[in-house]
Design a protein around this ligand. Structure first.
Ligand code: FMN
Length: 171
């Protein structure tokens, strides 16, 4: 099977909030981690670490800490993205890595969802993350049990020509 075209991956990825019990193959997980590794970062500092969480009990505990991410409990695994605040770009760098993660997963037929709201201090304790590190997000990964749906503003609503507010796309 050919690899998915990058535009297809970008447009086709949806947040997935329901997962099949099917496990994720190690080869696929490895490809996803490799895609993370090649994310860009300011001054190439790579201020990130990842925790692959497969322990069901830990997944359940993380789900309890995420009011809009209860579905972490049913994912076969989740990836915690930990960044180092000693780089002032750590959130941007970690976010770029996470976008790679989500696109690579989608290209391999897997679903993900960025979990934003979480009791981070408690989640850090549960995962043994040092106090001076930042838990950016926890991304559940698994085979989708739903299609997901979303929408986007049309280009004409946010792309300007030369000056703020001047339409680029007419009509
Ligand atoms: C910073 C950030 C935080 C998010 N937090 C959550 C969350 O806590 N729970 C959730 O279900 N989705 C969360 N999402 C997913 C968004 O709701 C989703 O990306 C958006 O609705 C667009 O849908 P799509 O990803 O399917 O295209 C988050 C996304 C981002 C970028």
């Amino acid at each position: 099977m050919r690899d998915m075209d990058v535009f297809e991956a970008i447009k086709g990825r949806r947040s997935i909030r329901s997962f099949a019990p099917r496990p994720v193959e190690e080869e696929k997980l490895h490809k996803i981690l490799e895609a993370c590794r090649w994310a860009p970062s300011a001054v190439n500092r790579q201020p990130w670490e990842l925790i692959v969480v497969k322990d069901r009990d830990l997944l359940r505990k993380l789900a309890e800490l995420a009011p809009y991410g209860r579905f972490i409990a049913e994912a076969p695994l989740a990836i915690a993205v930990v960044t180092n605040p000693s780089s002032r770009w750590h959130i941007i760098d970690g976010s770029l890595l996470t976008q790679n993660l989500m696109l690579a997963a989608h290209a391999l037929g897997l679903g993900t969802c960025w979990i934003g709201t979480m009791d981070r201090e408690r989640a850090k304790e549960i995962l043994g993350i040092p106090k001076d590190k930042h838990l950016l997000t926890v991304i559940p990964v698994g085979y989708p049990a739903e299609a997901g749906s979303s929408w986007r503003k049309p280009l004409k609503d946010f792309v300007y020509l030369n000056r703020y507010g001047a339409p680029y796309f007419k009509g």
